[in-house]
Design a protein around this ligand. Structure first.
Ligand code: PGA
Length: 251
């Protein structure tokens, strides 16, 4: 049985005051026992604040990115060990905004995935096609390339403590969610790619959907066989919406 996970990706948003208000609403709405595994991923500078606000709660801490390097002369970077030191359990790797806006290649994404594992963090590996790629009918080719770029460089056993997030680029922040059928098809395909390496690990792998998930559409998406929760951007900044999404995810 795969326990669903819902992660809030706050992106470049928040302030000390806003974070406190947001988490107050989320913690009150979720109650002591979250129905799913809930995670929030604030900007680096707020990790410590958010960690203390989450103390004693069921919500785990994650980061939005990390360096592929362990330490040294890499100005502006944050390492896996630092994230672990700050109490992170999860880290998003290869988000499409990192790939598109900051030039992260498949190879760099794989190195970040390895860096996360080297410190015992669970990476959430993001994959997804652009609108053009979907229209060209090459969605599966893109997904295969992105997933295999990691699988070829890591020990398959690492997938048993990792997550994959399918986030069609055209659905991120656009209000245009993939249909449940479109999402399920790609999720099943991702599971089959992993299954070709190890069927048991594939069966246990949690695959999240991301891209304009809201309280109003989460339940239908999460009801699909191969959708094991969500990676939530905009709606994770609204306590009522984030709580509604978490409550839509149960085993
Ligand atoms: P969105 O973002 O929910 O705002 O579409 C999802 C994501 O980028 O992870």
């Amino acid at each position: 049985m795969r326990r669903p996970l819902v992660a809030g990706n706050w992106k470049l948003n928040g302030s000390r005051a806003e974070n406190a208000r947001l988490l107050e609403g989320v913690l009150a709405g979720l109650g002591p026992e979250s129905p799913c595994e809930a995670v929030v991923c604030p900007p680096f500078v707020y990790l410590d604040q958010v960690r203390s606000l989450l103390e004693g709660s069921a919500i785990a801490l994650g980061a939005q990115n990390l360096s592929a390097e362990a330490s040294g002369a890499f100005t502006g970077e944050v390492s896996a060990a630092m994230l672990r030191d700050m109490g992170c359990r999860y880290v998003i790797v290869g988000h499409s905004e990192r790939r598109a806006l900051y030039g992260e290649t498949d190879e760099l994404v794989a190195r970040k995935f390895l860096a996360a594992h080297s410190e015992g963090l669970s990476p959430v590996l993001c994959v997804g096609e652009s609108l053009q790629e979907r229209q060209d009918g090459i969605t599966n080719d893109v997904i295969l390339r992105q997933v295999n770029a990691v699988l070829e460089r890591v020990d398959i056993q690492m997938l048993s403590s990792s997550l994959v997030a399918y986030e069609p680029v055209w659905a991120i922040g656009t209000g245009q969610t993939a249909t449940t059928g479109q999402a399920q098809d790609v999720h099943a395909y991702i599971r089959s790619i992993v299954s070709a390496h190890d069927a048991k690990i594939a069966a246990e792998l949690r695959i999240l959907y991301g891209g304009s998930v809201k309280g109003s559409n989460a339940r239908d998406l999460f009801a699909m066989d191969d959708i094991d929760g969500g990676l939530i951007g905009g709606a994770s900044l609204d306590p009522a919406d984030f709580v509604a999404i978490c409550k839509s995810a149960h085993p």
